[in-house]
Structures are given as C-alpha cells and as structure tokens.
Design a protein around this ligand. Structure first.
Ligand SMILES: NC(=O)c1ccc[n+]([C@@H]2O[C@H](COP(=O)([O-])OP(=O)(O)OC[C@H]3O[C@@H](n4cnc5c(N)ncnc54)[C@H](O)[C@@H]3O)[C@@H](O)[C@H]2O)c1
Length: 316
C-alpha cells in the first residue's frame, strides 16, 4: 500500500457499497482521492466523514465533465447499473451506463495516461458448465447486465492492446458486508420486518460464491500495486458456493429462529437470474497473492450483531 502514497486516485461509484469501503481504506493513506459519483444509488452520507476525499457529483455519461477533472494516476472504475432485473426491464439504460459509461472512463484514463482497475462480474459467464469457473471459460452472459459488462471488459482489453493502457479487470462474485445490497441484506430486512416467514425468490437451489467486501477491497488495492496484475483478469470470490436455501438456514440458525421461521419459495425467479456462481480463484491466489480468509458464517454473525438483530430471535 505504501506504493500508493502520493498517487492521485479517482474512484467512480465511490459513494456505493464497494466504492465506499474502498475509499475508506484509500483515504487512510492518500491525500489525493477523488470520488466521482452521480448518487443514483450511492449516498453522500457514506463518504462525507472520510478524511482527504474530494467528492464530485458527476455522471460517467457526461464525458466533458469526466475529462475535465484533474489529471489522475489511477482509476478504480466501479460506477455501474448493478441490478440484474432492472437491466432486463431497462436494457438501453443499462447499456448506456455500463458500456458507454465504461468507454467514457477509459477515455479519461487515456487522456491522463492513468492505470485503470475495472469492476466486472460473474454475470459475464452466465450459466457456466464448468464449476468452479476459471477466468478463461469465456463469455456467455444470460442477462443484459452481464452483456453490458462484457462490452465494458472488451473495451478495457481494446484500450490495453491498442493504446497500451495499464488495465486490470476484476470479476466479483457476490460481495457482501456492512451496507451491502442483494440477497443477504434482503433476507435480514425481511426477517426484521416479519420473523415468522422468510420468502426466497426462486427455488432456493441457486447458489452463490459469497466474498466479503474487505477481501474485495484488498483485491482492488493489490491489483493497483502488483506488477503482475497489469493486462490481466481475475476472479474475486471465496472459491466456495452456498445454496440460497442454506444461506437462509444459516441466518435463521444464528438468529435462533430455525424452528420458528417458515421458509417459502416463489419457485420462479427474475429474468436473467443465474443458477450457480462458483469461482476458481487459483489465478488470483497465485498471481495477485490474494488469499481470502473471511468465512461466510463468521461474517454473517458480525453483520447480525451490527444490525442488533440478535434480539429478533431472542424476543420470541
Ligand atoms: N455488489 C456485488 O455483489 C457486485 C458483484 C459483481 C460486480 N459488482 C460490480 O462492482 C461495482 C460496484 O458495485 P456496488 O455493489 O458497490 O454497487 P452500488 O450500486 O452500491 O454502487 C455503484 C455506484 O455507482 C454510482 N453510479 C451509478 N451510475 C452512475 C453513473 N452513470 N455515473 C456516476 N456514478 C454512477 C451509484 O450512485 C453508486 O454509488 C459495480 O461495477 C458492479 O457491477 C458488484
């Protein structure tokens, strides 16, 4: 991390879930951090207490504004439309943000001759037949979100090949932790509202590779300082997969609600939902020297304590 001292850093989407955790870490050792976010889903409260941070409310689709920002050395590009069902309902908007928006950020990187780390996703693989899935499996997206991220990745590769831009692509699995969105926070919210019933969207047999946000932040920062990372793509997950029904049971067990809460399933999921995410993470371990250690069960306990939800189970 010492290598990043004095580096001018620009984080798109820095007011969002992962961006906030990344910016928090970066702000502890650099005075040159700019967060660029249109606050469409991010919150300024997330970042307003961070020291050494300059916040710019801006859209990555506003190329003029983006390019007119102070020259930077390193860009973490996290701004995106991240909701799969929304991408299926609004494919053009999803494409604009994730494909054209990424192209705009690449243009800023080209102008500044800046290094870029791009946040991609498991959704680029769709429903892979090879599990755990390695990086060279190839693209087969099953949602508009997955496809728009493929386009973003391919532009990153093009800028790397043709303009010599230093780019690293990280494909995240399901990221969770404090202030997350997605299935874990959805379950915790539902149980807080009504501890008698927990509804799973889909069959519950879908499974996900859950990786803690602290490990993702570690992977992002390692990618920026590791010479081995330039021009490469890495899977960032825990390398394990958990069925959604087992996740639900795990949460209920921690809350002492196993015998009290009825789990139901809708059996039908949203368009674009994929069956299994299970990453082969051997490349990131070997080349990035990144070794995720945080277990799902331990961090769920922490999240539940933080939300003071332990009372939900005990009160009954
Ligand atoms: N959270 C996960 O499980 C996960 C999994 C795979 C990939 N990713 C990727 O990681 C990145 C961050 O995800 P997140 O979970 O923190 O999402 P998030 O929605 O919490 O954060 C995204 C941020 O981007 C901002 N943003 C959206 N559109 C913008 C635009 N046009 N201009 C400027 N800012 C804009 C939002 O306001 C928000 O602050 C995304 O690129 C996402 O695709 C996340």
């Amino acid at each position: 991390m010492a290598q990043l001292k004095g580096t001018k850093i620009f984080v798109t989407g820095g007011a969002g879930f992962i961006g906030f955790h990344l910016s928090k870490k970066l702000s502890s050792f650099t005075r040159n951090l700019t967060i660029y976010d249109n606050l469409s889903s991010g919150k300024v409260e997330n970042i307003k207490h961070l020291p050494n941070v300059r916040f710019v409310k801006g859209d990555i689709l506003d190329l003029k504004k983006l390019r007119s920002q102070e020259k930077t050395d390193l860009i973490f590009h996290l701004a995106a439309q991240v909701v799969v069902p929304y991408s299926m309902e609004n494919p053009i908007e999803d494409f604009e943000t994730n494909a054209r928006g990424t192209l705009n950020v690449l243009e800023k990187a080209r102008k500044d001759d800046a290094q870029l780390v791009f946040a991609s996703t498991a959704a680029v693989y769709g429903n892979p037949t090879k599990l755990p899935t390695p990086e060279d499996y190839g693209f087969n997206p099953f949602s508009c979100y997955g496809l728009s991220k493929v386009v973003g990745e391919e532009y990153c590769n093009m800028y790397s090949k043709q303009y010599g831009l230093e780019v690293t692509i990280l494909r995240f699995a399901n990221v969770y932790g404090p202030r997350c969105h997605g299935v874990i926070s959805d379950f915790l919210d539902k149980i807080s509202r009504n501890p008698e019933k927990l509804e799973i969207i889909g069959t519950g047999l879908q499974s996900r590779d859950f990786v803690h946000v602290s490990e993702v932040v570690e992977a992002l920062t390692l990618s920026a300082v590791s010479e081995n990372a330039v021009g490469k793509t890495f899977n960032i997950g825990l390398g394990k997969t958990t069925k959604i029904i087992d996740l639900a049971k795990m949460i209920l067990k921690i809350l002492n609600l196993s015998d009290k809460t009825v789990i139901t399933t809708t059996n039908v999921s949203w368009k674009g939902d994929i069956n299994t995410i299970w990453f082969d993470i051997s490349k990131a371990k070997k080349e990035l020297k990144w070794h995720p250690r945080v277990s799902l069960e331990d961090s769920l306990k922490e999240m539940i304590m933080e939300r003071k939800m332990i009372d939900v189970g005990n009160a009954r």
